[in-house]
Design a protein around this ligand. Sequence first.
Ligand code: PMP
Length: 308
Amino acid sequence: MALTKSQYIWLDGKFVAWDEAKVHILTHSLHYANSAFEGLRAYPTDRGLAIFRLRDHTKRLLNSCKTTLLKCPFSADELNAAQGELLRKNVFAPNTSVYIRPIVFVGYGVMGVYHLNSPISVAIAAWEWGAYLGDEGLEKGIRVKISSFTRNSIKSMMGKAKVAANYLNSQMAKCEAIEAGYDEALLLDNEGFVAEGSGECFFIVRDGVLITPPSENALESITQDSVITIARDLGVAIERRRITRDEVYVADEAFFTGTAAEITPVREVDSRPIGEAKRGKITQKLQEAYFDVVYGRNDKFSRFLTLI
Ligand code: PMP
């Protein structure tokens, strides 16, 4: 997806012009892929742009750093403040949602796999970004392929950390799905249960019950948590349990959730239509409620929003 440039990027405590935010080719993270990052969205509300669940994303970022031994030189408060400042400093088109990408990475100066003697840098970029899986996908649903790639095993990778190294797995699954003519991949875990999408969590609906897998083999997703919270508020029955591939095929409804993907209905999996092969009723209800929350139209969940 082509980038829409904004004016400034925050780099190690300073604002630099978008085109000047550069790193050396021997930046450690570029070679060994230990960099922790986040993806957040800010939505236009009646009271201006509001970042959705900022503190939760920053907490996860610092947890990712802890997990992979990255000593982040900035505190949670500093990172939160920097993201607000970055959004105030840039000019975004009105009524557009903005994606925010903080990244903590191992910088330039030392090579070799051992990274603890290398400098750590932090950057935050923000740009206008529409629907990750397309506007049509949000409305009509997307086509999904169960991946031939197993989700990174918890015996060798640490999927609770949102770090670049984990995303080779996602990238290969996504490419395989796209090249086979699908829109997105769904990865199973080592035991064959549904893990997550390449950048999303997964839900099905069966007989009116919303079902989503536990987080053992997935990122601890903030959108998944938001959807569960909203569903409870709407009185939708929820089960958090493992799902098998054949159960996905016979689900009444299915959807992906993620900061970028928001709530994207799934209309087909491996050539099997899901329900009526369109956005399901409960999916639509949750999608509308989610957009009400992120756009600041539901005061019950104003705690999730940070006005900038
Ligand atoms: N799983 C993976 C692998 C992801 O990259 C993402 C996106 N961050 C998610 C799930 C969804 O997480 P969140 O809802 O916090 O964006």
